[in-house]
Design a protein around this ligand. Structure first.
Ligand code: CUA
Length: 161
């Protein structure tokens, strides 16, 4: 039989647990809605053996300030990104289209919400609207273990204003 005091403590802990869970859910909704941290927008399939037909590595300016950046990830570099930096002038919106030629890789632009897994056979499409004052050099990392060269698989994104 629980004493009056024990019952009171039980209720207290129920309230503590429920408030913590509520705080977690509220913070998740907040970063999603207010800060714009979203999951990848779209995933499209492609044939790894005929990558040329699906993706042409490089940067295309679709309209002023709107860039499409097509990237092929492979052991152990991003093209473009590692071979040469991705340089964008005054981007308003960046659409990354990324696929892998061999294995599962990651594509993370450190310090930004852009962070996606790259699967062979799929083109990950990520739309990013960088803050207007954001500029400089950004490190791009592979964050999925992809073999002996994984820790050196990186690239550079340069935003000029
Ligand atoms: Cu590519 Cu780790």
């Amino acid at each position: 039989m629980m004493s009056q005091e024990e019952v009171r403590l039980e209720y207290l802990w129920v309230i503590v647990v429920v408030s913590m869970l509520s705080a977690f859910i509220v913070s998740l909704v907040y970063v999603g809605v207010a800060k714009g941290f979203w999951t990848p927008e779209e995933v499209v399939t492609c044939d790894v053996k005929k990558l040329d037909e699906f993706i042409e590595p490089g940067i295309r300016e679709l309209e002023p300030g709107v860039y499409e950046v097509n990237i092929v990830a492979r052991r152990w570099f991003f093209e473009p990104g590692s071979t040469q930096p991705i340089v964008l002038e005054n981007p308003r919106k960046i659409i990354f289209r990324i696929t892998s030629a061999d294995y599962i890789h990651g594509f993370e632009i450190v310090g930004t919400p852009v962070n996606v897994m790259i699967f062979p056979g799929y083109i990950a499409e990520v739309e990013w609207i960088p803050p207007k004052n954001l500029q400089g050099e950004f490190l791009v990392l592979c964050n999925e273990y992809c073999g002996i060269g994984h820790s050196n698989m990186r690239g550079i994104l340069i935003i000029k204003r």
